[in-house]
Design a protein around this ligand. Structure first.
Ligand SMILES: Cc1ncc(COP(=O)(O)O)c(C=O)c1O
Length: 399
């Protein structure tokens, strides 16, 4: 029997077998050889939530596959945000965008020019570097502190550098933070808003992981904190309901940035897929019970990972994340060099993300995707341990 949550929705992480998953043709399951267990890219090993599958099936049956129209997605996000986070915003302050990264790029075009700087908190989701640089902006790093939290001093000096000579600048905040799973507090975000306002830095908050905050923590939407009025947020149902292949996302402007967002070219809104809009809308409106079951399953996996590491890989340092389905593992004590993911792949046949592309602080680290069954998670850690020389597997207390 699959594990069920209190509301009776079975844990989506226990629904699919390895044989089911190996039939998938998406990036997670097709990038590596068939003997490799993939726990890397941020796809989840879950079936579609039933209300999402029904909405898509109905659209396909009807041939409802034209261009998206209206504000159905924004209205659904607004209702979700009101209930979940006590955050309200009018649909008039939103723009439909193809996906979160392209939405970020379009917002950065509105508030910065060529050669301007964008501040990021490393280690961070690698496309933050790639897309910003491809846009012709400079990346300035403001490292997270040793506890994986926003560091006010690092932000202050990065904001000062970014605005040198009176240049325009932006700050790309990842909230919750990928890869550490850090959930920023209201006080931390208010401090960000105050510092950004003082320097004239425009905040762009990537909140794609916002619905994935686990028990014990609370997501605070950036645009709800005092002083955030000139900021923007990007949201999408794609991570929390595993809909990355059904493209759609929303940009939301703070009350003092609405006119700028309205200047985004209308054609940007032609990029998202209509089926994406239908799927994301159904998820936000009708699959919150499914989400709660998922969160309960992720919470169990988060605990299981801690137990497995203690038992099989005590040399790995790991702070359980408060949000996202990602775990950031410090493997520097294992003796596997700067890129332990290479050894885990070669010798353990398990695919994790190398920490190196996550910027400063990524060397010697790997990112592991927890959104899988407990059995696969267990097997993955067993394989990781098998790739480590005996010395790395010992506890610090061992001789
Ligand atoms: C922080 C963050 N932003 C953006 C994305 C990508 O989102 P999209 O596919 O909507 O561009 C991801 C995907 O994992 C992510 O973790």
């Amino acid at each position: 029997m699959p594990a069920a949550d209190a509301g009776g929705t079975p844990d989506p992480l226990r629904r699919l077998t390895l044989a089911d998953l190996r039939r998938r043709t998406s990036m997670k399951w097709r990038t590596y050889e068939p003997d490799v267990l993939p726990l890397w890219v941020a796809e989840m090993d879950v079936p579609l939530a039933e209300p999402v599958a029904e909405a898509l099936t109905e659209a396909v049956r009807l041939g409802d596959t034209g261009y998206p129209a209206g504000t159905v997605y924004a209205d659904a996000l607004r209702d979700f945000a009101r209930h979940r986070w006590d955050w309200d915003f009018p649909a008039s302050r939103t723009a439909l965008v193809p996906d979160v990264m392209l939405g970020i790029v379009e917002v950065l075009k509105l508030v910065t020019g060529p050669g301007d700087a964008v501040v990021v908190n490393c280690p961070v989701y690698p496309p933050f570097y790639q897309f910003v640089r491809h846009l012709g902006r400079r990346v300035i790093e403001a490292p997270l502190d040793a506890a994986g939290r926003l560091d006010p001093a690092a932000l202050e000096s990065a904001f000062a550098r970014a605005t040198e000579g009176g240049r325009r600048a932006a700050y790309l905040l990842c909230s919750p933070h990928n890869p550490t799973g850090t959930v920023h507090t209201e006080d931390e975000l208010a401090d960000v808003a105050a510092r950004a306002a003082a320097r004239g830095v425009r905040v762009v908050a990537d909140e794609i992981h916002a619905p994935l905050v686990l028990p014990g923590a609370r997501h605070v939407p950036y645009l709800t904190v005092p002083g955030s009025e000139t900021g923007f947020a990007l949201l999408s149902a794609s991570k929390a309901w595993n809909l990355a292949g059904l493209k759609a996302a929303l940009a939301v402007a703070g009350s003092a940035a609405a006119r700028e967002l309205a200047a985004m070219p209308e054609e940007v809104g032609h990029g998202p897929s209509h089926l994406g809009v239908i799927a994301h809308t159904a998820a936000l409106r009708h699959a919150t019970g499914w989400l709660d079951s998922l969160l309960a399953g992720l919470d169990r996996n988060r605990r299981l990972l801690g137990e497995l590491l203690t038992r099989l890989l005590p040399g790995v340092r790991h702070r359980p994340g408060e949000g996202t389905f990602l775990a950031w593992l410090d493997c520097r004590a294992l003796g596997l060099g700067d890129d332990p993911a290479a050894a885990f792949l070669d010798r353990g046949r398990v695919a994790l993300n190398s920490g190196l592309p996550f910027g400063t602080g990524g060397a010697g680290h790997v990112r592991l995707n927890l959104a899988t069954s407990p059995e696969i998670l267990q097997e993955a850690v067993r394989r990781m341990a098998s790739a480590v020389p005996d010395t790395g597997r010992r506890t610090r207390e061992d001789p």
